[in-house]
Design a protein around this ligand. Structure first.
Ligand code: ADP
Ligand code: MG
Length: 709
């Protein structure tokens, strides 16, 4: 044993521990100084006073002024955590995680766990975050950042949010579906919980609307520091905005002094990855005279350890270019941005309540978004924004504001949650902007068909169980149904694999044939994509979750680990709803029946020409080429989702439902007229309908999923 070494553990000598401590302390002090430079800092006491004086407060301040990171800390310092937690909601997962990480640094505590702090005092104050399938909090957590969807779920377990002393609904201007529902719920509980403080914070100035909704709550404005931003438009519309964005970025990099970073807004991960590749390729040839260009992507599925990279200070001799989705519009502030490149698009959900078809399409942004984006360049000094569209487009074609999500989405999930909260009269729920009543009707109809609601619209036993799962109702129904078919073990694996949110199969450009061959092994026997996913999961489990196995089979390790995490949680939830974990792997029919009892509303029948006709709201669709059934063409299929590309493909996941009781399919057909539910609704119908909904006609525009090729 060498000096200071024991069993491979390296004991540092005291001086280096001391050194690290003092480094940590000076970093900590620097963070404290930084906190004091934020625009919100001078208003700290006034803000605390206003919170003291009013139960509900609307807070408005520019992005980057310190609302999200500072206000919960002020309230903590002001004593509000003595009698409960402070919850702060974010529409985006990445924002919740990243902001929580930052705040825990500023407070000198570890995220989610109790640690001994400076001077060895146990730090009472704890920061954590909670996002779907990832709870990074402890019973010591007092500042809790979470997605709006998670707070919504907390209502199910704690309808009066009694463990909270303050709820801050942050990024309210984003008007996500969950945020809109939260508005109604928190407004309601504030009435019988006078001790609860409610903060509604927003980056835009349309605060009047929030104030009106919350019974004329006072508005607290944090004056921003905004430097002038020079706006540039293109002379003619750009045919290829991705390329135009890259060319613009390189022009800036080559011609402008490298004291300002660049932020480019793209619509999603695929575009960002493509742009990253092209940028890397084109900067290679620039030679040593040009400063280094550091490329930092940021999007929802970016692995956590890479997310922090965008916040690292840029070295003096280099320039950073951040390739971001909408997340950098208001949710995250990256210091040092001087140039913004705005192609003018984002991905947006739209929903057709008539057909029940939901899709994620690339869509022009609103004027409000364009202005937020431009503003990102003027935080620390004068900035420049390059809009890759014409001034004419901006003034004449862009909508003023984005339509709230509640008016363009499928409501089944939210309706199930509200029902299980005991809110029956949905039409009279206090919506800030009501959803189209067709969409509510559609949601009720689907839940009725899934046996989650009875014909009076009341929650059934099945529905109560379904509501426990943080999943789409069809997916939770599939799990609940697995009890009957004694295959819950298999079905939660499938559900977990369907919930990962990133792709499972790895398909490198130079090894596509190998990758495809490896993938096809899981499809042997044309078992359908669900069963193939199950085979992938089970094979991995048999290797004791081997990383090597993933490499050999062209499977993404990271995705699989996530699937395992999700599966563990679903297993816990099974226990909660008292469904036994039973395995029935050899009975594929049983598994398919369970899938079908959730997904029968998504069944389709093959036509003579190899296309499919959906059963409900008949329309012609095609099996996506990436599906294992693309060649097999079974007579009947159920699909996980429809995606709109150049053809209306049924995405990847389909199961051959040959052998599934026709009764279920008939049930699907009979659904076309569920009179009772409709009658219940029609009687009560009173809400405004609105026309924000787009018809989903395939067009030649840019498509959401790069599968058009
Ligand atoms: P607001 O909510 O008003 O938009 P924030 O509280 O998010 O403002 O941001 C305040 C400051 O904290 C900004 O300067 C931002 O750059 C910094 N910040 C926020 N999150 C992080 C992070 N994860 N890492 C480094 N800095 C961060
Ligand atoms: Mg914020």
């Amino acid at each position: 044993i060498q000096d200071g070494m024991m069993d491979g553990v390296n004991f540092e000598d005291d001086s280096s521990v001391e050194f690290e401590k003092s480094m940590a302390e000076s970093a900590f002090e620097k963070l404290q100084d930084d906190r004091k430079t934020l625009p919100v800092y001078p208003y700290r006491d006034a803000l605390l006073q206003a919170v003291h004086d009013h139960q509900v407060l609307v807070i408005v301040g520019e992005t980057g002024s310190g609302k999200t990171t500072q206000i919960p800390q002020y309230l903590h310092e002001g004593g509000y955590t003595k009698r409960g937690k402070i919850g702060c909601t974010q529409p985006r997962r990445v924002a919740a995680m990243s902001v929580a990480a930052r705040v825990s640094q500023e407070m000198g505590v570890k995220l989610g766990h109790e640690v001994l702090g400076r001077n060895n005092h146990s730090l009472v104050c704890q920061v954590g975050y909670s996002i779907r399938f990832e709870d990074c909090t402890s019973d010591k957590t007092v500042l809790k950042y979470m997605t709006d969807g998670m707070l919504l779920r907390e209502f199910l377990g704690e309808p009066d949010l009694s463990s909270y002393s303050v709820v801050m609904v942050d990024e309210a201007h984003e008007r996500t579906l969950s945020t809109d529902i939260l508005f109604g719920l928190v407004k309601d509980i504030a009435r019988f919980r006078p001790d609860l403080k409610l903060l509604i914070s927003s980056a835009t100035l349309d605060a009047e609307k929030f104030s009106d909704y919350f019974d004329s709550a006072p508005i607290f404005k944090i004056p921003g520091r905004r430097f002038p931003v020079e706006i540039n438009y293109t002379k003619a519309p750009e045919a290829d905005y991705l390329d135009a964005a890259i060319v613009t970025a390189l022009q800036i990099h080559v011609t402008q002094p490298c004291d300002g970073d660049i932020l480019i807004f793209f619509t999603g991960q695929e575009e960002i990855e493509t742009a990253e590749e092209i940028l890397k390729h084109r900067t290679r040839g620039l030679g040593t005279k040009i400063a280094e260009l550091i490329i930092c992507p940021i999007y929802a599925n970016l692995p956590t350890e890479l997310q922090a990279k965008i916040f690292e200070p840029t070295p003096e001799s280099a320039r950073k270019v951040v390739l971001a989705t909408n997340i950098a519009e208001t949710s995250l502030t990256i210091d040092g941005i001087k140039y913004v490149i705005d192609p003018g698009f984002c991905k947006m959900k739209s929903y057709n309540p008539r057909t029940g078809m939901e899709s994620l399409l690339v869509h022009p942004i609103s004027k409000a978004s364009a202005n937020q984006r431009a503003g990102r360049s003027g935080r620390t000094g004068p900035g420049k924004c390059f809009r890759l569209y014409t001034a004419y487009n901006y003034y004449n074609d862009l909508e003023d504001n984005t339509v709230p999500e509640i008016q363009r989405t499928n409501l089944a999930n939210v309706v199930l949650s509200l029902k299980s909260l005991g809110i029956h009269d949905l039409l009279n729920f206090d919506f800030m902007d009501p959803p189209p009543s067709e969409a509510l009707l559609k949601a009720l109809e689907l839940l009725f068909a899934l046996s989650a609601l009875n014909k009076l619209g009341e929650l059934t036993k099945v529905g109560r169980k379904m509501a426990e799962f943080p999943l789409d109702p069809m997916l939770s129904k599939m799990i609940v149904a697995s009890e009957k078919y004694k295959c819950s073990d298999e079905v939660i694996s499938i559900a977990a694999m369907l919930s990962i949110g990133s792709s499972i199969f790895y398909r490198p450009k130079d090894k596509q044939v190998h990758a495809d061959n490896a993938r096809m092994i899981f499809h042997t026997g044309n078992v359908g994509d669900h069963i193939a996913l199950l085979k992938v999961y089970n094979s991995w489990r048999e290797t004791n979750f081997s990383t090597q196995w993933c490499y050999e089979n062209y499977i993404q390790v990271r995705s699989m680990k996530r699937a395992r995490d999700i599966r563990d949680q679903l297993e816990g939830l099974l226990e909660r709803v008292e469904i036994e974990l039973t395995s029935n792997f050899n009975d594929l029919e049983a598994i398919k029946k369970a899938i079908t009892s959730g997904y029968f509303p998504h069944s389709a029948r093959m036509q003579k020409n190899g296309s499919y006709r959906t059963v409900k709201h008949p329309q012609t669709v095609y099996i996506h080429p990436s599906s294992g059934l693309a060649q097999a063409l079974p007579r009947w299929v159920v699909y996980h989702e429809l995606v709109l590309t150049s053809k209306e493909y049924m995405r990847q996941r389909k199961s051959n439902v040959g052998g599934v009781p026709l009764r279920l399919l008939r049930k699907a057909i009979a659904l076309a007229n569920v009179n009772q539910v409709e009658n219940v609704l029609l009687k009560a119908r009173s809400t405004k309908t609105n026309t924000g909904i787009e018809e989903l006609v395939p067009d030649s525009g840019v498509l959401a999923n790069g599968m058009g090729d």
